[in-house]
Each structure stands twice: as structure tokens, then as C-alpha cells.
Ligand binder design. Structure first.
Ligand code: ADP
Ligand code: ZN
Length: 219
């Protein structure tokens, strides 16, 4: 099963994908996490990606598509994958369709998450992530705080603010999302596999509620 998580930054893609990974037993693959790991390790890819990410821009398609193509060839994804943050452009979506077709697979479900803009900014500003690359748990210091300030509940590592989670970068990321990624909603709507979910405290629906709903729908 191939599941895609679509959604502006801060809508909870990563949180929902992480919960679905646990519930469905298929792996979450986040292009953002792959880039951050490479930046931390100082690889060539990391140096290149950081130039774009620090400004809130997308990493070029050729680079990103190659990474996903290689990753999809690894045996641990044979059963399926939850793609979190890929595709983000129509070009990436078209290439993904081709890559999957060659494997006799296809995109099975696209989950599009939406959240009111003002809530997105608030959520990102309050976001803290686990510094342990193997854990990557996400917290919100207001809605979902860790038990102990600044410490990850799951692994005990330090919680940090993501470098690109400043208000200025968030605004650039949001505007890039609406320009380059939002057209994918139409793209997948036409393919007939789109599922839209609102994640918003105004209707009392957080990532975990949405993940439960999706698990029920996929049953
Ligand atoms: P968010 O959705 O909160 O912006 P991600 O972790 O998904 O966070 O992505 C962080 C950054 O990594 C993006 O702002 C972008 O610069 C880069 N990135 C991630 N996925 C892609 C992609 N599919 N194509 C191009 N750039 C990407
Ligand atoms: Zn952790």
C-alpha cells in the first residue's frame, strides 16, 4: 500500500504519518527528515539542501526525486510506504507515478490535511522536535507538551526548535506550498484517491483523532 500525506507545513503530516506507521505496520518516509539527517551529517546532499531549506524554498525536483527513487528500491518498503512530504510538485507526482508503475504499484490513498493559517503559524512556533534522529518525536509545548520540560518522553533526548521554524521562513514555506504543492490536490482528486481531513483545535480534532479516522476508513 502506498499512502501519500499532503498538507501545508504545520498541518500535522509528520504526526499523522507516524501514528499511521504504528497502526498500519508500514514505514513512514519523510523527505524533510532525510534532508535534515544529511544536513546534520554534513554530506554533500545536506550542504545543497540546506541552501533551499533555510530560505523556506523547495529542494530542486531532480535531487528530491532521485532520493525517493533510491529509497523506494530498498527492501523494507516492499510491503508499502507512507510518503510524508513527497511529492510536493506536479513534476514529482508524475515521476512517482512512473516509478511505481515500473514496480507494478500505484498510489493507493492520498491524505490531504488542512488547518486554518493562523493555527498553522501558532502550531509551528510552539513545535519542538526530538534531537535524536532515530526518534524524531514531535511535541507542541501548548497542545501536546512533554512530561518533562525540554526532554523527549520517548527517548530522553533533548527537544529542539527546528531551524526553519521561524515565523519568516514559515510564511515563505506556506506561500510555496500554495503555489507549488496545492495543485496536487487536483491531481489526485482526478485520480480518485483523495481523502481530505481537517486538523484543527477549533473542531476539536488533532492529529491523533484524524489518524484513527483514517485507520477506520482504510480497514
Ligand atoms: P514542513 O512540511 O513542515 O515544511 P518537512 O520536514 O516536510 O516540513 O520539509 C522541510 C523542508 O524540506 C521543506 O521546507 C523543503 O525545503 C524541503 N523538502 C521536503 N520535502 C521536499 C520535497 N518533496 N521537495 C522539495 N523540497 C522538500
Ligand atoms: Zn526522542
Amino acid at each position: 500500500m502506498v499512502i501519500i500525506m499532503l498538507g501545508a507545513p504545520g498541518t500535522g503530516k509528520g504526526t499523522v504519518a507516524g501514528l499511521l506507521q504504528e497502526r498500519l505496520g508500514i514505514k513512514q518516509v519523510s523527505t524533510g527528515d532525510i534532508f535534515r539527517k544529511n544536513i546534520k551529517e554534513g554530506t554533500e546532499l545536506g550542504t545543497l539542501a540546506e541552501k533551499y531549506i533555510s530560505k523556506g524554498n523547495l529542494v530542486p525536483d531532480e535531487v528530491t526525486i532521485k532520493i525517493i527513487e533510491d529509497r523506494l528500491n530498498e527492501p523494507d518498503l516492499e510491503k508499502g510506504v507512507i510518503l510524508d512530504g513527497f511529492p510536493r510538485t506536479v513534476k514529482q507526482a508524475e515521476e512517482l507515478d512512473k516509478i511505481l508503475q515500473l514496480k507494478g504499484k500505484k498510489v493507493d490513498k492520498v491524505i490531504s490535511l488542512t488547518t486554518p493559517d493562523e493555527e498553522i503559524i501558532e502550531r509551528i512556533v510552539n513545535r519542538r522536535v526530538c534531537s535524536n534522529q532515530d526518534c524524531k518525536a514531535v511535541y507542541n509545548i501548548v497542545l501536546n507538551p512533554p512530561k518533562k520540560d525540554g526532554i523527549c518522553d520517548k527517548c530522553g533526548a533533548e527537544l529542539i526548535v527546528r531551524k526553519d521554524d521561524t515565523e519568516e521562513t514559515v510564511r515563505a514555506r506556506l506561500s510555496n506550498y500554495f503555489e507549488q504543492t496545492a495543485p496536487l490536490v487536483d491531481y489526485y482528486e482526478k485520480q480518485g484517491n483523495l481523502l481530505t481531513e481537517v486538523v484543527s483545535k477549533s473542531i476539536n480534532k488533532l492529529g491523533k483523532d484524524v489518524a484513527e479516522e483514517i485507520v477506520e476508513i482504510l480497514k
